[in-house]
Design a protein around this ligand. Structure first.
Ligand code: CP
Ligand code: NVA
Length: 319
């Protein structure tokens, strides 16, 4: 896990199976013993450039670095895309002189990979059009808390094969979960992600199944996950998408096909009574606010790993 120091997190696929396990272990330690890490990143500087709106990601990164002794600077890029005023390469060569880590929320995934390629300090993907790795790490941490382990867990994702879906598929594979995805025709997750997930699953015993039928995907599941059908940047497609995604709504009737102790998950913000009903979102199976809380703990673990504040923690899963 020490080797993670100085690296980037653009995609979940940037991590090995062992590194994912180490981040999970550290997230448990950080959540249970926050005082042990109070000064682990003293005086470290984190900058966040966001081209899109955010509540959870922005605030959990800010509180994460602050409770580790470091400092956050937020730059609103919603009005001017990154790379417009000056090149990403020139930005990187400035930032690395002052900053210890760069956190980016972008439209194009390539904005993140290009900044990562140019910068000497770690770059973290805080959501791009392709992936939302920090979300998926927190979500599987939430599942580990609930079920003890994600290995062998039946994880169902219903809806758009989007950024969140991509990162969840890869994380499920790394932790040896069985992932089924039900999406409408034309909205399946990207094949390159599926291929990577299959490759990873061969090491971990996980599996990935692509379906169109939400009932099939959810039957027997331990966790049912959905996200908005129209992500940020796709607003112009909202009216076209709404009827296509109607049969994919997670409601009590769909949840009844899952295990009786199944959890309902959503990254938030939710479009209430669109992709999920109030009854499910606010119901006893919902863990959506645990997920939101865990964004902070998981990102503390990630920052500790990438900035080298986690030296005394070892991976104790025997991987
Ligand atoms: N789940 C999530 O990333 O929320 P925000 O868009 O509010 O950061
Ligand atoms: N898929 C959503 C997630 C928001 C946290 C989006 O990209 O808008």
């Amino acid at each position: 896990a020490k080797r993670l120091c100085g690296r980037d997190l653009c995609s979940i696929a940037d991590l090995t199976v062992q590194e994912m396990a180490a981040i999970m272990d550290l997230a448990h330690a950080v959540k249970n013993h926050p005082d042990d890490f109070r000064h682990a990143l003293d005086a470290r500087q984190m900058v966040m450039f966001f081209e899109k709106a955010s509540l959870r990601t922005r605030l959990t990164f800010d509180t994460a670095i602050n409770t580790l002794g470091g400092n956050a600077i937020f730059v609103d890029q919603t009005q001017s895309p990154l790379g417009e005023r000056e090149s990403l390469a020139d930005m990187a060569r400035n930032l690395e002189r002052w900053m210890n880590v760069i956190v980016l929320r972008t439209y194009a995934h390539e904005t993140i990979t290009e900044m990562a390629a140019c910068s000497k300090v770690p770059v973290i993907n805080a959501l791009s059009d392709l992936e939302h790795p920090c979300q998926a790490i927190a979500d599987f941490f939430t599942l580990e808390e609930r079920f003890g382990s994600a290995e062998g867990l039946r994880f169902a994702y219903v809806g758009d094969g989007n950024n969140v879906c991509h990162s969840l598929i890869l994380t499920a594979a790394q932790l040896g979960a069985h992932c089924s995805v039900a999406s409408p025709k034309g909205f399946a997750p990207k094949l390159e992600i599926i291929h990577k997930a299959i490759e990873i699953s061969e090491q971990t015993g996980g599996s990935i199944t692509l379906l169109h039928d939400p009932i099939k995907a959810v039957t027997g599941a331990d966790a049912v996950y959905t996200d908005v059908c129209t992500s940020m940047g796709f607003e112009h497609e909202a009216t076209k998408r709404a009827p296509i995604f109607k049969p994919y709504q997670v409601n009590e009737a769909l949840m009844a096909h899952a295990q009786p102790d199944a959890v309902f998950m959503h990254c938030l913000p939710a479009h209430r009574n669109a992709e999920v009903t109030d009854a499910v979102l606010d119901g006893p199976q919902s863990v959506v606010f645990d997920q939101a809380e865990n964004r902070m703990h998981a990102q503390k673990a990630l920052l500790l790993m990438l900035l080298g504040g986690a030296k005394r923690i070892t991976n104790n899963r025997g991987r």
